[in-house]
Design a protein around this ligand. Structure first.
Ligand SMILES: Cc1ncc(COP(=O)(O)O)c(C=O)c1O
Length: 402
C-alpha cells in the first residue's frame, strides 16, 4: 500500500462490482460453460453481439477532421446542446443553460457539486443505479432514497414528502435525481398520478429552500410506448415553466445513440438562462475535465440537420424497443409458468426481480451459470442482454434459487 495514497482512499474495491460480475460471466463462458449473462448494461442482439446503431455509425464515418480534432468549446457546442434538448423537447428553440459533459455520469457529477455542499444528501428513487453512490461520494455527498412503489401501486406521497422535507429542513436545499421515465433498474416509469404527486409535494415544499429536480434521462429511446415517454416529458416541462423548482436534465448519447465509449452527455436547464448558473457550469467543466469530446457533439449536430438520418434512426430505435418488449414479455410469461408474478417493463434496459436475500440468490444463480446484479432489495436483470431463448432456463433457475 503506497503511503502517498490518502488513508481515506485506500479501501475501495479494485473493480466496479457490475463490471467484475460481467468479467466473471465472460471468463466462465470462454471456458465453454453455458452461461446466461444478465449483468450486461449494453444492448446485445440475440447472438450476444453488441448492437451498434447503423445510422449513427454512418454519420460517424462522415465526420470531417475538423469535426473531430479541435477542442470543443469549454461548455460544449451550443448547437449540440440545443440538439440534445430538442430530441426530448422539440418545441424549445434553444438549450437554456447547460454544458456538455462526459456522458450522463459527468452531468450527474457536475450537478452534485453545483447544488450541494459536501456532506449533504441527494434524493432519488430506490432501487437506483449503483454508481449514484460513487458519484455523490466522490464529492463527499451521499444518496438518500425513497422507494419506488410496487407495480400497480401509487407512489407513497406522504413518505416522499416527509423525506424531502427532512432533507430541506436539514440542509436548506434539495437536489433530486429522478431517473424517470424508463428507470434503471426497474424498467418502469412513474404514472401520471405519481408524477403529479411528486410535483405537488415539491410545490408545497419549495418555500423551505431552493429545489433542483434533475431528470436523469438515459434510456428514453427504448420503450414499449413512446407516447407515454413524451407525455411524461411534457408534464415535467409544464412543471419547469412554473418556475418554483429548477428543472434540468442529465442527457447522454451512450445508450440513445449506442455511443457508450464516446463519452458524451449534457447537463441542461432548458427553462432558465441564468448567467451565474452558466458561469458555474463552465467553471466546473474547466476545473474537472476541461472540454468534452468534440466528435460526438459534431455527430449530434449533423443528425439534427439530417431528417432522413433521423427517420432511419427512429426505425432502428423502434426495432430494438420491440425486441426489448418481446424479451420483457417472454420473461413475464416464463415467470408465470414458474408460478411467480410477472414483471412489468415500460422502458430501459433492465427489470428488477424480487429476492429476500439478493446476494444469496445471486450467488446461487451463479452456481447455475446465471449472472444477475444483486441490489439491496432485489436482482437487476439486463433485458438488454437476455436472449428470448434463454428466458425459460433463466426463470427456472431464478425460482429454484429463491
Ligand atoms: C440511470 C443511469 N443514469 C446515467 C447513466 C450514465 O451513463 P453515461 O455516463 O454512459 O452517459 C447510466 C448508465 O448506465 C444510467 O443507467
Amino acid at each position: 500500500m503506497l503511503s502517498q495514497l490518502l488513508p481515506s482512499r485506500r479501501d475501495f474495491p479494485a473493480d466496479d462490482p457490475i463490471f467484475a460480475l460481467n468479467t466473471e460471466a465472460q471468463n466462465r463462458a470462454a471456458k465453454g460453460e453455458s452461461i446466461i449473462n444478465a449483468t450486461v448494461g449494453a444492448l446485445l442482439d440475440d447472438n450476444g453481439q453488441m448492437v451498434i446503431l447503423d445510422t449513427v455509425m454512418e454519420l460517424w464515418r462522415e465526420l470531417s477532421p475538423k469535426e473531430i480534432a479541435p477542442y470543443a468549446p469549454i461548455s460544449g457546442d451550443p448547437a449540440y446542446l440545443t440538439a440534445m434538448v430538442q430530441r426530448y423537447w422539440p418545441e424549445l428553440s434553444q438549450f437554456g443553460t447547460g454544458c456538455a459533459t462526459p456522458g450522463g455520469s459527468g452531468a450527474l457529477a457536475l450537478s452534485v457539486r453545483n447544488f450541494l455542499e459536501p456532506g449533504e444528501a441527494v434524493l432519488t428513487l430506490a432501487p437506483y443505479w449503483g454508481p449514484y453512490d460513487t458519484i455523490a461520494q466522490e464529492y463527499g455527498a451521499h444518496v438518500e432514497s425513497f422507494p419506488i412503489p410496487e407495480p400497480g401501486h401509487a407512489i407513497d406521497a406522504l413518505t416522499f414528502m416527509a423525506k424531502a422535507r427532512g432533507i430541506l429542513e436539514k440542509q436548506g436545499r434539495l437536489l433530486i435525481w429522478l431517473n424517470d421515465p424508463c428507470h434503471n433498474p426497474t424498467g418502469r416509469s412513474t404514472s401520471p398520478a405519481g408524477r403529479a404527486a411528486i410535483m405537488e409535494a415539491l410545490r408545497e415544499l419549495c418555500h423551505l429552500g431552493p429545489i433542483t429536480l434533475l431528470l436523469d434521462l438515459a434510456y428514453l429511446e427504448y420503450t414499449a410506448n413512446p407516447a407515454v415517454v413524451m407525455a411524461a416529458l411534457q408534464d415535467y416541462a409544464r412543471f419547469a415553466v412554473e418556475g418554483l423548482v429548477l428543472v434540468g436534465a442529465s442527457l447522454s448519447v451512450s445508450k440513445t445513440l449506442t455511443l457508450y465509449g464516446a463519452r458524451s452527455g449534457a447537463l441542461v436547464f432548458p427553462w432558465t438562462s441564468d448567467a451565474s448558473l452558466q458561469a458555474a457550469l463552465s467553471m466546473s467543466c474547466r476545473g474537472i475535465f476541461s472540454n468534452s469530446p468534440r466528435a460526438p457533439q459534431s455527430l449530434v449536430v449533423r443528425l439534427a440537420k439530417d431528417g432522413k438520418a433521423q427517420a432511419r434512426l427512429a426505425d432502428e430505435h423502434r426495432h430494438w424497443s420491440e425486441k426489448l418488449t418481446a424479451r420483457a414479455m417472454a420473461l413475464s410469461d416464463a415467470l408465470r409458468m414458474e408460478k411467480l408474478p410477472g414483471v412489468p417493463w415500460q422502458g430501459g434496459f433492465f427489470v428488477t426481480l424480487s429476492a429476500e436475500n439478493p446476494k444469496a440468490v445471486a450467488e446461487k444463480l451463479k452456481t447455475r451459470g446465471v449472472f444477475v446484479v444483486p441490489l439491496p432489495n432485489g436482482l437487476r436483470v439486463g433485458l438488454c442482454g437476455l436472449r428470448v431463448q434463454d428466458v425459460p432456463a433463466f426463470a427456472l433457475a431464478y425460482r429454484e434459487s429463491l
